[in-house]
Design a protein around this ligand. Structure first.
Ligand code: DQA
Length: 147
């Protein structure tokens, strides 16, 4: 099973960026955590991070026929991007939405998620472990599809 892990704007600034909200771990640390979990789960994880909405749309489109699942933290684009929602709907790849922080406890403008309707599950407030949880959800989903 091949999973594409997509992170949106400012996720490359983890460790520097608002550590009281996002923790002290860096984006590199996040990749290590997810890679270890992927090995344990027997899946292959590939990573993509961009600060640009169109680049995220492009990588979702390129995932068509190449990946079995997507884990996406669209970051700020969660709350604004119809283009990312439409890209996810276009490819129809099972997708889990992840947020490091618990967005449900934050500002009003973070309560909207455009991508959510294209996702099988949303995980928030679990820190980096949320990405592992998301891969587990995709593995479960895959098992159910096979049964
Ligand atoms: C975030 C939450 C978003 O509201 C914010 O814009 C981010 C990160 C999270 O992982 O908690 O950049 O997606």
């Amino acid at each position: 099973m091949k999973i594409l892990v997509i992170n949106g704007p400012n996720i490359n600034m983890l460790g520097i960026r608002e550590p009281e909200i996002y923790g002290k771990g860096t984006y590199r640390d996040l990749i290590s955590v997810v890679e270890s979990a992927a090995a344990r789960l027997g899946v292959t994880a590939a990573f993509f991070q961009s600060n640009h909405e169109g680049a995220i749309v492009d990588v979702i489109q390129e995932a068509y026929g190449n990946y079995d699942g997507i884990v996406i933290n669209p970051a700020a684009y969660t709350h604004t991007s119809v283009a990312i929602l439409d890209a996810l709907k276009s490819v129809g790849i099972p997708t889990v939405e992840v947020h490091i922080s618990d967005v449900s406890e934050r500002e009003d403008f973070r309560q909207v998620s455009y991508v959510r309707t294209a996702c099988i599950k949303t995980i928030m407030g679990e820190g980096f472990a949320g990405y592992i949880h998301a891969m587990e959800v995709l593995c479960e989903e895959r098992k159910e599809e096979e049964d």
